[in-house]
Write a new protein. Sequence first.
Lengths: 457, 390
Amino acid sequence: MSREIQQVLRLVMLLGKQRGVRVQAAGGLLVLLWTKTGAAVQSLNCTVAGAGPWCKGIKMKTLEPDLKESMFPRMSPCPSVPDPEELCAFTDLYGSLRLLLSFQMRDSRLFIPEWCVRIEEFLRMFSLVNAGIKTQLKLQFSQQTFQQEFRVKIKSKVARAKQPSLMLDVTCRTQPPECVKKGCWCQGGHPLCGSRLPLSIPPEAMERGLFGELSIQPVTLLTPCVLQYPNLATQLTNIQVLVCSPSNVPVTGPSTFFQNLPNELDCQELGLHSLHCSLDHVNSGATVYTAKQENLQDSEQELSLPSVQQTLLLFLFLQHSDPFTCHLSDSMATEALIEHHLEGILSNNRQAVTTALQTELKNALKGLNRGKKNHEKLRSAAEVILSSSISIVSCSSNLDFRNACLSSMKVRDTHELSASLRESLRRVTSWKFIPRGKCYPTQVEEQEGDEPTGREI
Amino acid sequence: MGSDVAELFPEIEKLRVQLLHNVEVTADFRRVEEEISHQEVLTRIENIILGIVTSLSKDEAPVLTLPNRSSWANVSFDSAIGLQMSSGSDVTAVRSDCASSVTKFAQILKILSVIYRLVQSNSYATKRDIYYNNTQLFGSQNTVDHIVDDISCMLKVPRRSLHVLATSKGLISGDLCYMEEDGTRIDCRSSSAAVAVSPNIGGIRNIVSSAKFVLIVEKDATFQRLLDDDFCSKLSPCIIITAKGVPDVNSRLMVRKLWDTLHIPIFALVDADPHGIEIMCIYKYGSVAMSFEAHSLTVPSVMWLGLLPSDLRRLRVPEDALIPLTKTDENKLNSLLQRPYLSSQPDWQKEMELMQQSKVKAEIQSLAAIAPDFLTSIYLPNKLRYGGWI
């Protein structure tokens, strides 16, 4: 089912590309899944609806033949229509429907609950890389409704050379630690656009008709952003790799290449102890690596701060150009070929891809590793500062001086003074805040797309 | 012996009388060096620590403020003192919450704690001892040296009051006897070997000397040459001293001590090049880095005996012994001519302008091209006899 939704979105995105729809074009996307119990067979229905500028110019009648051609045989047109109220709620928000497509899976017993998770995950990733489009998922089974709206609070436009810009969802979903004051936490992220890497197409793909120029554009996003806290110790917990087709639709399914990639990477250069592919997320669409930092000594762990945990998103945008591919059906076929032969393409360019990803990850983690170095420098200096200060207080025979120090920190003796000074020094140095103009101190107000115009389909 | 010098070198005697007169006239104008008590040193250090504790009690990152010892903007010139640090000078903030400065912050605190213990126990340590006690923290001897001077400036306390000694690099020889603080008697009258300048100038007592002048020698090679030629016997009684280049604080303190105690002419024998002139200016007027201690380090009465640029022409030093000025030399010369103290030394200015015009420099050793013993047999005796200093 997610495959079919993916095909529909691919079609609409390719159409948009052909029509020169801007990346900022907003609008809504609704994916509605529902069941209707018939006499003997339960059928699973799916409606994909789109409204707003992002699907401007779509004419359903001209779209239908392409849709039929690209849909899998086991899908059939949906005999029933979705609940008009559901659609009304959607059009009220995003305007007239420009896209409305429904299809049906005959035997819904084939539909397993894990598919809901996959569809949800797929739409989440779609929303990440197409942040201008507000995506909703609704599931109505056995009179129960599950609804998920993929809210994008902060978007960032990423310019690419010779390619349309990307609009990424950079919203930080991590709650700031309690000690952070209001307005002193970056609510977004700062994507880093890497160097485009040309890929050679392997012979077997060429034999199937894949020609032209193929490349991969990496973009990294480290979240949450702690750039305003240069002394903060952070810990990278995982790296998520998300591949997108040239139409900006996420490529799902496990990838042997990416599962094995940690073995090829130089973890030490990245400042990591190890990277392991997490098999829990194999079917989610993104490849997830669990990261382990270098082992700390026990004493260092005791003294080290509870650090902020960070995740690194590594987006890999496939780019393809072929002057002989101009029809929509050709583009759809090309994308299918690229996806089908992706493993072969990556393997064919193994060394170059691995080196490029090593470079991008190293660049992305520069800030994190710098923060680690700063933190370590401050920590070791703090020990000297504290021991020297306490040494002077302890051996001073000046009662006024000693009492002034103790009363200042509201403690009774030098032992408590040492602990109190240590805690205070840790707090003021670790959470040193330097505001950055490029960070997002508050959440941006959600901006609606263009006003709804036109008529209902 | 003393009367021989007075007869043979009447000009030196005249200068000595003149200098003595100036000292009497200006005596009450010069600030007497203050002795900082042990308790005062401890109190000043405690104030620093209290400041740090107070900052942390307010959840503020502690910051240490150091006067900027490298900026010309922070010094002013007084002809009676030399280069001295101005009040309200620029400061550098050393923060404890910044990765680029926290190590320095820690180093300063560490040395403060060492000094505190030394002063409290009335014991002494050298800068080298401090460095070797924690080489990982300090990284280099230079770091310790700079920080000790920074602390001296920050607390407004002479380094010797911090009970931190420096290894002297200077040598001294001639008509001079004194006693070190530990009771050791030092006799500098050996003709063949020089005595190392004491690491604890402040502890020197019972100075005995009938020297009629002190000769500051820029280079060790020249100093050794004077020793070899028995200069101190030939022109006895006198004292020669060298710091082997840019003078360390102890050598400067020693020269100042000799001036304060003996009030005799002090001459400088340096190469006829910008570097030598600058070294001479440090003895006479002080340095920017130590301007906060100018009162105890400068000797404004120092006279330039040689090698003068005009001597090169006058003595017809062979051209192959002369060296063309480099771009660095020219820049240094220009910089020296801009110094605030040059305006009070028109004769020095003329010599430096002569060097600028001739575009050549020469080492003292170039006099050997005239004759091997020209320096000690002819040049220096004649200079001293006929008042060839400026």
